[in-house]
Design a protein around this ligand. Structure first.
Ligand code: SF4
Length: 458
């Protein structure tokens, strides 16, 4: 974004009433991000290989399936990161993990026995570019050989640190057309405060390389609520991001939960902005991005109108899955790798988080499932309500029958006009976006305990 847009954004905010009403009491409780319902916090031990195999055998021959491959290694570990990832500093460890991942691909393919058509393959982690380019080639080749597919869309999460021309060539020859770049902030001072130092030139070079490789849908992950981050820092980061013209941006509030993520203890909690400042920063990002031509998607994504994500948000086909907001319509997601979660209509199954255990199971010829749950009919109905609220801001009346418990919990939101209930169903008000997750949470039958497991509502 150029300076004139930045000035106009600041002026807009000074002249207009606040974008969203601030209700401290409604933002006080931590709430899940609802990339699934029930959430992973409800998973229990004992969902094992047989449960996973049964899920795989339930897939129809021509059913569209998405794959997610988890690479739990990174070149350097960022202090804020909540992912299950370790330092990629020992090639022997990485090689052994990839051997197991290839083994799991064979096990899953044998169990599917030709069922399903792969429409998407996503590589995440960790950092997929922590492995060697030829190892990535081998994985993609193996996936194409092992599964029936229908010209799948390939996407990769990229760490600018360690991304180079050789990697860009690798993505190009494997026809990867989507990439998500971990940017977070351009401010060097803040990068140092969160343990992720990556100069602006490195990010710009990565963008140029990804474009040259044929990436047509590029996402930036950004964060607000960082230690010591002021509005001017966020404005600068948004300016620099917009100037690089990614098709998508995801703007997350930093969640400081060192009791759950010990590596966050390195972050100076005294410097963290309070809820009111975070709220203002979320609004600042919304105003700047929508003022620069991006459409809001869900509660924390933005996309250019020509991008598939914005089109899905506009035509009512937006979905939410473990990767966040998506236009992917597949109801079956198969996760491969340690920690990866698979989603079937009637069950969620998570692989062993421990890489050593994961490898042992695969080497023993066993699908490495460990945790998960079966979804009841009531779970399904509530999952639909939550997904509808988060993706379109509206839940159908037909789904709400018998959910008086949830409607009761919504009383403070109804009283303040943040949500409306009528014959059509439940509708979020235009200015209720920061409360969307909290409103969705009213339909979560499992909440009320363990609130500290989740991130701040804004
Ligand atoms: S690069 Fe990404 S996955 Fe790896 S430690 Fe940093 S934030 Fe976490």
């Amino acid at each position: 974004m150029n300076l004139s847009v930045r000035r106009s954004s600041a002026t807009m905010r000074a002249e207009r009433p606040p974008l969203w009403p601030y209700h401290a009491d409604l933002l006080a409780t931590s709430v899940p991000r609802y990339t699934s319902y029930p959430t992973a916090a409800e998973f229990h031990d004992g969902m094992m290989a047989a449960d996973m195999a049964e899920g795989l055998r339930s897939v129809g021959r021509a059913t569209s399936v998405s794959l997610y491959l988890h690479i739990p290694y990174c070149r350097e570990i960022c202090w804020y990161c909540g992912c299950n990832t370790g330092a990629a500093n020992r090639s022997g460890r990485l090689d052994a993990y990839l051997d197991a991942l290839h083994g799991e691909i064979d096990l899953v393919a044998a169990t599917l026995d030709g069922r399903g058509k792969i429409g998407r393959i996503a590589f995440g982690g960790g950092s997929p570019n922590a492995i060697a380019p030829d190892q990535f080639d081998a994985l993609v080749r193996h996936l194409h050989d092992a599964f029936a597919s229908s010209g799948p869309i390939l996407s990769v999460e990229v760490d600018p640190r360690g991304f180079d021309a050789e990697w860009a060539d690798t993505l190009g020859r494997n026809r990867v057309t989507r990439a998500s770049l971990g940017v977070q902030t351009f401010a060097p001072r803040l990068q140092a405060a969160i343990g992720r130092v990556q100069p602006a030139e490195l990010i710009e070079r990565s963008v140029a390389l990804l474009r040259g490789a044929g990436v047509t849908s590029l996402n930036f992950d950004l964060m607000y609520g960082l230690p010591g981050q002021g509005d001017a820092d966020l404005t600068d980061t948004l300016d620099q991001s917009i100037a690089l013209a990614p098709e998508r941006l995801a703007v997350f509030g930093y969640a400081h939960v060192p009791h759950l993520i010990p590596r966050q203890r390195r972050i100076d909690a005294r410097e963290l902005p309070d809820t009111r400042v975070r709220f203002g920063q979320a609004a600042l990002a919304y105003e700047m991005l929508t003022g620069s031509g991006y459409l809001p998607v869900g509660f924390d994504h933005f996309a250019l109108p020509s991008d598939a994500l914005a089109i899905a948000a506009t035509n009512g086909t937006l979905r939410r899955n473990f990767q966040g907001f998506t236009e992917d319509q597949a109801d079956i997601l198969i996760g491969l790798g340690a920690t990866a979660i698979s989603s079937f209509p009637d069950r969620l199954v998570q692989n062993d988080k421990n890489v050593g255990q994961y490898r042992m199971l695969v080497e023993g010829g066993v699908l490495p499932a460990r945790r998960g749950l079966y979804r009841s009919a009531e779970d399904h109905r509530r999952a639909q309500v939550i997904e509808q609220l988060l993706t379109s801001g509206h839940a159908d009346a037909a789904l709400l029958t018998g959910m008086d418990d949830a409607i009761d919990r919504l009383a403070p939101y109804l009283a303040r006009g943040l949500v409306r209930l009528d014959a059509d169903g439940l509708a979020l008000a235009q200015n209720a976006l920061p409360y969307a997750r909290s409103i969705a949470c009213a339909f979560d039958q499992y909440r009320g305990q363990a609130a500290t497991r989740f991130s701040s509502a804004v």
